[in-house]
Write a protein that binds this ligand. Structure first.
Ligand SMILES: Cc1ncc(COP(=O)(O)O)c(C=O)c1O
Length: 436
């Protein structure tokens, strides 16, 4: 099928609220490494990696080989039967995650992983209330949408009254109108205020992403997580760290984003980059929390921890260790960041550049003084980069943040190629905006 034929069927048979990028949506056909091709044979450098998911690039040979081998033996078993890949992956994740995290429950998506985490926190603490952050994105199930704090991503009518939202550590648009560092990290103190004014005073959890992903790569100040988590623990809660976007070396230096802030969660969730595109979510907890589930209710997952996805994940992690370890992501990410900052010097529509490692965002604004969000400039930049063969992502409450997150196997040469396209695309956008 060509693009038009696919789009016609999409229109007829798929829910129209599937978000599609680009004025003329892009039907992808195959991929290899950092590149993807559309059904008409056009090639694109993929700097969004299927939403931060193809960690080691498209069609990685090791992942393909291991999956083929497993598919030839046993595709599926359900969690009713133990299997070797399942326990090997759980052991590996206990090794890679920080602190005392040890026991996993595998599911199929980030939404499910977060749902599982919140249930575990409530069962373990015997408390109900949970504190999340504004600008969070947590998934598409009802409880996950309750955590999500973007009106645009809340589909439905019923959200959990157990979730209360504190302000986000969003320095570029400080919700408290303060300036770092004289603010004394008042955004973290807001958690205490929210607990004391909107909950029973005892909470089950504080749940947050180390860098808010869909929120627009909002990166908290250094002190934030230590203060926030200490407050949460003081009121009886555990810290659920949502590493769905930031996990697996994405932010450089460490395997998981929260380690930049020296905090050890009691519960961590992961998905996206865990298996290079195979559906998988995981909720890893301390042994104490895992054991506390016993006798509180039965649970299973039909597809969770299945032999095929776990084979893909083990292969993905092995490939990351040898081809894209966190130190390398840090190095290539620093190169990307330096290049983006050079572009910032030349293009005033770029309000803020932020992020860590290979997770870099550009907040686009009408002008740097008013900081008025410029989603139309982002839309044009999308078309201009696509026309030049580069795929990027977007996010933010106002859809005015460019999200750049290539596979972790990106090299400095790939980064140079992307920066050059971005440069030309930004020049074209600026020309339009300075004329209008
Ligand atoms: C931080 C975060 N948590 C959870 C999710 C939900 O993951 P999924 O789409 O796999 O359900 C997402 C998805 O974008 C996410 O970015």
């Amino acid at each position: 099928m060509n693009t038009q034929e696919i789009l016609e069927k999409q229109k007829q048979y798929l829910w129209p609220n599937h978000i599609l990028y680009y004025t003329e949506p892009l039907a992808l056909e195959h991929g290899e490494g950092l590149y993807v091709w559309d059904v008409e044979g056009r090639r694109f450098l993929d700097f969004f990696g299927g939403i931060l998911t193809t960690s080691v690039g498209h069609n990685h040979p090791l992942v393909i080989a291991r999956v083929r081998e497993q598919v030839g033996k046993l595709i599926h078993s359900s969690t009713l039967y133990p299997n070797e890949n399942h326990v090997r992956l759980a052991e590996k994740l206990a090794e890679l995650t920080p602190g005392q995290l040890q026991m996993s429950f595998f599911t199929n998506s980030g939404s499910e992983a977060n749902e599982t985490a919140m249930v575990a926190a409530q069962v373990y603490t015997d408390n109900r209330d949970m504190i999340a952050l504004r600008h969070a994105y947590s998934g598409r199930t009802q409880l996950a949408m309750s955590v999500t704090a973007h009106s645009t991503w809340k589909l439905g009518k019923t959200f959990s009254p157990d979730i209360k939202h504190a302000v986000s550590p969003y320095c570029y648009r400080c919700p408290l109108k303060l300036t770092y560092p004289t603010c004394d990290i008042a955004c973290a103190q807001d958690i205490e205020d929210v607990i004391r004014t909107t909950t029973s005073g005892r909470i089950a959890a504080f749940m947050a992403e180390p860098i808010q992903g869909v929120g627009g790569f909002i990166t908290p100040p250094d002190e934030y997580f230590k203060i926030a988590v200490e407050i949460a623990r003081h009121y009886g809660g555990v810290f659920i760290c949502d590493e769905v976007q930031t996990g697996f070396g994405r932010t450089g230096t460490h395997w998981f984003g929260i380690s930049h802030w020296g905090v050890e969660p009691e519960i961590m969730t992961m998905a996206k980059g865990i298996a290079n595109g195979f559906p998988m979510g995981n909720t890893i907890t301390t042994a104490e929390i895992g054991k506390a589930m016993v006798g509180k209710g039965l649970t299973l997952s039909t597809f969770g921890g299945n032999p095929t996805s776990t084979a893909a994940s083990l292969a993905t992690i092995e490939a990351m260790e040898s081809e894209a370890p966190p130190a390398q992501v840090d190095d290539v990410g620093a190169h990307l960041r330096a290049g983006l900052e050079k572009l910032w010097d030349r293009y005033p529509l770029m309000g803020d550049v932020r992020g860590k490692g290979l997770m870099q965002g550009i907040e686009m604004v009408a002008d740097r003084k008013s900081k008025e969000p410029a989603p139309a400039a982002v839309n044009q930049l999308f078309e201009e980069t696509r026309a030049r063969g580069l795929l990027i992502g977007k996010g933010g409450l106002h859809s005015n943040v460019i999200r750049i997150a290539p596979p972790l196997t990106a090299t400095k040469e790939h980064v140079e190629e992307a920066l050059e396209i971005l440069d030309h695309a930004l020049a074209a956008v600026h020309e339009t905006w300075s004329v209008s």
